[in-house]
Write a protein that binds this ligand. Structure first.
Ligand code: OAD
Length: 281
């Protein structure tokens, strides 16, 4: 049958020859919670449930560019706390390593990620197969619309880690006026050019679409799964339902912990040893 009701069905589908270089992955914050980074919308633990802790006026204010230019403190506080919680040390999770495996097996089209933690890159997904749609912490730039000069990201993170940035936030060295921020996409900022460069070609080329760890609520990324051809199976690996996945005949909604799902998928595909080796690196 063509239906996708279980991980076994995905495992049968995955390594088929027609999937070579054509598996489109779309990832979100849910693949990094196991690395100690909170997601946005999970009740209780998500960043948006805890906006008051950072002194923000509303959840969205935390990542709003206009708000940041006037009141950078909540975002800087959030960064400070996060760096303290993770100790600044991050390790890719099995879900990130699973994407790397898809690449090694020659199956991966780009992985579109909404995450800014750089863990896909750290897992070894090569640049040409990675689209960081909401930017990355590993670069920084001036927050002034007409400047946007780059800034040393390590230096900014260092300033945020020690906490000095809350009192005297680093300023742009070119315009000498703007605040500097990590090169992550705030509400009100454009997505990186890379996002649009190959999106049309990628969705057209996809023979399988795997969506993991995202609530599919933020445009334009939320539309990606609906852009693949109607006969292309779409698989959701997430704790909760997301977007319109499930509405098409060949959709599979496989709810649960994404880390367990990918471990099991790797086993079912015979990639358990490969995944184990990557985890022990
Ligand atoms: P969300 O917090 O909206 O969604 C994360 C999803 O992952 C939720 O559906 C959780 O149930 C699920 N989840 C968390 N941990 C999981 C686990 N271990 N196993 C399975 N599922 C798990 O995060 P995103 O969808 O990534 O944008 O959010 C999209 C964008 O909204 C972010 O990139 C950010 C935010 O505003 C910007 O800041 C521009």
């Amino acid at each position: 049958s063509e239906r996708i009701d279980a991980l076994e069905d995905v495992a049968r589908l995955l390594p088929q020859p027609g999937n070579r270089g054509r598996v489109l992955v779309l990832a979100g914050a849910g693949i990094s919670t196991a690395a100690g980074i909170p997601d946005f919308r999970s009740p209780g633990t998500g960043l948006y449930a805890n906006f008051r802790r950072y002194g923000a006026a509303s959840p969205m204010a935390l990542f709003d560019i206009e708000h940041f230019r006037r009141h950078p403190a909540p975002f800087f506080q959030l960064m400070h706390d996060m760096l303290a919680e993770t100790g600044g040390v991050l390790r890719p999770t099995p879900a990130h390593l699973f994407v790397r495996l898809l690449y090694e097996k020659g199956l991966l089209l780009p992985c579109y990620t909404q995450n800014v933690d750089g863990l896909e890159r750290m897992a070894g997904v090569p640049d040409k197969l990675l689209v960081e749609a909401h930017g990355t912490f590993h670069r920084a730039h001036c927050a002034e619309r007409h400047c946007r000069a780059s800034y040393d990201a390590a230096r900014l993170l260092q300033a945020l880690q020690v906490g000095g940035a809350m009192q005297s936030p680093p300023r742009c060295e070119r315009c000498r006026r703007g605040l500097v921020k990590p090169a992550i996409v705030f509400f009100g900022e454009p997505l990186p050019h890379r996002f649009r460069e190959t999106l049309r070609a990628d969705v057209r080329a996809a023979s399988l679409c795997i969506v993991m760890g995202t609530s599919l609520t933020v445009a334009p990324v939320m539309y990606i799964p609906d852009m693949v051809r109607r006969d292309v199976p779409r698989v959701l690996l997430n704790r909760t339902p997301a977007g319109r996945i499930g509405a098409r005949r060949r959709d599979g909604v496989l709810l649960g912990d994404v880390q367990h799902s990918v471990q099991r998928l790797a086993e079912l595909c015979g990639w358990e040893a490969d995944l184990g080796k990557l985890q022990r690196r």
